[in-house]
Design a protein around this ligand. Structure first.
Ligand SMILES: Cc1cc2nc3c(=O)[nH]c(=O)nc-3n(C[C@H](O)[C@H](O)[C@H](O)COP(=O)(O)O)c2cc1C
Length: 173
């Protein structure tokens, strides 16, 4: 698919068929994340792939939505705060920025392969940490549900460019 088409047809998929996502396609999706840029190329991320029925059932407890139960696979995307770049001038930790870029890569790759996905951040993080046995420095930043869908992209509701673009100085539209 053309990049413009991938970007415009990606949408948050909240309804899935029961068709499984082939392991080879999951690996292609993860490869797109692996190639993402990161600050100082530190690549401070881990991807936990969940496809086993029992493990998916268990994971549903951290985000109890009927549609989430339909997803045949989930990727729990983690920031590794022990490996990320911290800016000297103010100590800012770039782990989440890096991980968000990797997630965008994988979500766009999934779209290109005809696979739907949805970012999920509104989940019970302490419970997820416990279930996945995460060490302290590893933060589960997002769960990405993936699977096939019969739903089509809704009309995109977005602010206009004029509202967000400033020319030369803030406030000059
Ligand atoms: C950081 C982030 C967190 C999100 N968390 C959730 C979530 O917990 N549950 C959910 O249903 N959608 C979640 N979404 C999806 C957004 O609601 C969705 O991207 C937005 O409404 C735009 O719709 P679209 O993705 O269909 O273009 C999240 C998206 C992002 C980028």
């Amino acid at each position: 698919m053309e990049l413009d088409k991938v970007i415009s047809t990606r949408f948050s998929v909240r309804s899935y068929t029961n068709q499984k996502v082939e392991r080879s396609l999951i690996l292609e999706i993860l490869e797109a994340a692996r190639l993402a840029p990161s600050a100082v190329n530190f690549q401070p991320w881990h991807f936990i792939v969940i496809t086993d029925h029992e493990n998916l059932e268990d994971l549903h407890e951290v985000y109890q939505r009927a549609w989430f139960r339909e997803a045949p696979a989930c990727l729990v995307i983690c920031s590794d705060h022990s490996k990320s770049w911290k800016r000297k001038s103010d100590g800012k930790d770039f782990a989440d920025v890096d991980v968000a870029i990797a997630i965008d890569h994988l979500v766009l790759k999934a779209t290109d392969l005809g696979i739907g996905s949805c970012w999920i951040c509104n989940f019970d993080v302490p419970l997820a940490r416990k279930k996945l046995k995460l060490p302290d420095e590893i933060e589960p930043l997002a769960i990405i549900s993936i699977g096939y869908t019969t739903a089509g992209p809704p009309l995109k509701s977005r602010k206009s460019l004029k509202e967000m673009v400033h020319w030369e100085k803030f406030g000059t539209h």
